[in-house]
Design a protein around this ligand. Structure first.
Ligand SMILES: Cc1cc2nc3c(=O)[nH]c(=O)nc-3n(C[C@H](O)[C@H](O)[C@H](O)COP(=O)(O)OP(=O)(O)OC[C@H]3O[C@@H](n4cnc5c(N)ncnc54)[C@H](O)[C@@H]3O)c2cc1C
Ligand code: SF4
Length: 411
C-alpha cells in the first residue's frame, strides 16, 4: 500500500531523461567524473544515454558501484559531481543522480546481469557488517575470486540503507534487489550473528584469510538527561521502526519535538510530517549559518511544514515537557510534546572486536589495523560518512587485501 511515507517521487521517463542528457556539454576531462568519490564516470554514462544505449550506461555505473541504484537516490550529489558540473556556469547542473536512477531502474526492470564472479582463488574473507561498505567490499572481492561470508547482527541486511534512510527517499525493494545481486554473485549472508557475541574475533581470524570490520556507527547517542524518559526515543530507533512497518505504526504523535540539526534530524522531522504528525518542531544546537544538514534535506523539511528553531540546547526535562535555552542570547523556551526524538548522532560499538575508535573513527588513515589479518572500512574508517564514500572505502579495502594476499602478484 502506498502512503505518504512510502511514496517516492517519480523519476524520469524515456523522453525526459533524453532531454536532461541533451543538456550535458560532454566535457572533455569531465569535472563531474573527477568529483565522484567512488570514481563513477557520469560523463561516460550520460554519453551512452544520449545514444539511447541504456545497457552501456548501466555497465558503466554497475561495474564501478555495486550500489548504483541506491547512490542514484541518496547520494548528496550537490556536494560531489553536480557541484563540479560545468553546466552550472550556464544555468543549473545536470541532474546526474536522476539520470543514474533512470538507468539503474531500467537495468532492474530488464533484470540485466552485469557483475561477474571470477573463478575461485581458494581464499576466503569474513566481513563483519552488511551496510554499504561491507556489501561493496564483498562484491569487489567476489569479482577477484575470493569466497566471502558476511556476518550481520540484525535480522535484515543493509545497515542504514535498511534501518535508517526513510522509504520515501530509498524504497526497501531497491535495497533488497541490490543485495540480491550480491548474494546471487556468491556472497554468503549470516544474519542474526553478532561478532564478539555469537562468534569471536579469534574464531574468525582462525577460519578466514582476512577479516574486514564494516560495523558502522550503528548505535544511537543518548543525552543523560533523557535516559529512561518515557516520551523519548532515539532517531535511529524511530526511523528503523517506521521503515520496518512501512509507515504503519500505531503511535503517530500529534505533537513532536526533534532535537538535532543534522540530516538525520531532518529525516525524522520529515518522516513525522509524512506520517501525519500535526506539529513538528525541530530544535537545533547550531544556528542556521552553521547547520550541518544538507541544503537539499533542509529544504525538504521546510517544504513539509516543520518548524525549525536554531541555536537552542535542552537544559531540563519534566515528563513530556522539555526546556531549552539559547546558546548566545538570554532566551528560554519550554515545549510540551507527545514524542521527543533525539537526533544527536550515532556511536560506534567495537566491544570484543579488538579495535578502538575515537569520535566514531579509528585513529589511523587507511584500512589495515595493527593485526595484519584485520581491516576496517566504511564509516569507522577515515573519510566522509556517506553511502558513496562507503562504496569507495569498500572497493579500496578489497584492493588492499588483494594486494596483501597476492603478494603483489596479481596481474
Ligand atoms: C537516518 C540516516 C540517513 C542517512 N542518509 C544518508 C543519505 O541520504 N545519503 C548518504 O550518502 N548517507 C546517508 N547516511 C549515512 C550512511 O547511511 C552511512 O554513511 C553508511 O550507511 C555507512 O556504511 P557502513 O557500511 O560503514 O555502516 P552501516 O550502514 O552503519 O552498517 C554497519 C552494519 O554493521 C552491523 N554490525 C555492527 N556491529 C556488528 C557486529 N559486532 N557483528 C555483526 N554486525 C555488526 C550493523 O548492524 C549494520 O548493519 C544516513 C545515515 C542515517 C543514520
Ligand atoms: S561536468 Fe556536467 S556538463 Fe560536463 S560532462 Fe559532466 S554532467 Fe556533462
Amino acid at each position: 500500500m502506498t502512503n505518504d511515507y512510502t511514496h517516492e517521487k517519480s523519476g524520469y521517463t524515456m523522453t525526459t531523461v533524453a532531454e536532461e542528457a541533451a543538456r550535458c556539454l560532454l566535457c572533455h576531462d569531465a569535472p563531474c567524473s573527477k568529483a565522484c568519490p567512488a570514481d563513477t564516470d557520469p560523463a561516460k554514462f550520460i554519453r551512452s544515454v544520449r545514444f539511447r544505449n541504456v545497457k552501456g550506461a548501466a555497465e558503466t555505473i554497475r561495474e564501478n558501484n555495486a550500489l548504483g541504484a541506491i547512490c542514484a537516490r541518496v547520494c548528496p550529489t550537490e556536494k560531489y559531481c553536480e557541484l563540479a558540473c560545468s553546466r552550472s556556469g550556464i544555468d543549473v547542473p545536470i541532474d546526474i543522480g536522476g539520470i543514474q536512477r533512470y538507468v539503474t531502474d531500467f537495468e532492474q526492470q530488464a533484470d540485466m546481469k552485469i557483475l561477474e564472479k571470477a573463478p575461485a582463488n581458494g581464499l576466503k574473507i569474513a566481513i563483519v557488517g552488511s551496510g554499504p561498505a561491507g556489501l561493496q567490499s564483498a562484491t569487489t572481492l567476489l569479482e577477484k575470486g575470493y569466497a566471502v561470508d558476511i556476518f550481520e547482527k540484525n535480522t535484515k541486511p543493509g545497515g542504514y540503507l535498511t534501518y535508517g534512510i526513510p522509504e520515501y527517499r530509498l524504497p526497501q525493494n531497491i535495497v533488497d534487489y541490490e543485495i540480491k545481486r550480491i548474494t546471487d554473485l556468491g556472497a554468503n549472508l549470516h544474519l542474526n550473528t553478532a561478532i564478539g557475541r555469537d562468534i569471536t574475533m579469534d574464531q574468525l581470524k582462525a577460519d578466514y584469510d582476512s577479516v574486514i570490520l564494516a560495523v558502522g556507527a550503528s548505535e544511537a547517542k543518548m543525552l543523560p538527561m533523557f535516559d529512561g524518559n518515557a516520551y523519548t526515543e532515539t532517531a535511529v530507533d524511530f526511523l528503523a521502526r517506521v521503515k520496518d512497518a512501512q509507515g504503519q505504526i500505531d503511535d503517530v504523535p500529534e505533537n513532536a519535538v526533534v532535537i538535532g540539526g543534522g540530516d538525520v534530524a531532518m529525516d525524522v522531522a520529515t518522516t513525522l510530517k509524512r506520517l501525519g504528525t500535526k506539529n513538528v518542531t525541530d530544535m537545533a544546537y547550531e544556528e542556521f549559518d552553521e547547520f550541518r544538514a544538507s541544503k537539499k534535506e533542509l529544504a525538504g523539511t521546510r517544504e513539509a511544514g516543520v518548524t525549525l528553531v536554531d541555536g537552542y540546547v535542552p537544559t531540563a526535562i519534566d515528563g513530556n515537557q522539555v526546556t531549552f535555552k539559547h546558546r548566545n542570547i538570554d532566551a528560554e523556551m519550554t515545549i510540551k510534546a507527545d514524542k521527543i526524538i533525539l537526533a544527536i548522532g550515532q556511536a560506534v560499538n567495537t566491544d570484543q572486536l579488538g579495535i578502538t575508535t575515537e569520535h566514531g573513527e579509528v585513529s589511523f588513515i587507511g584500512y589495515r589495523t595493527e593485526d595484519p589479518k584485520v581491516y576496517v572500512t566504511g564509516d569507522i574508517a577515515h573519510g566522509d560518512k556517506t553511502v558513496v564514500w562507503a562504496v569507495r572505502k569498500g572497493k579500496e579495502v578489497a584492493e588492499e587485501i588483494d594486494n596483501a594476499l597476492m603478494g603483489g602478484n596479481r596481474k
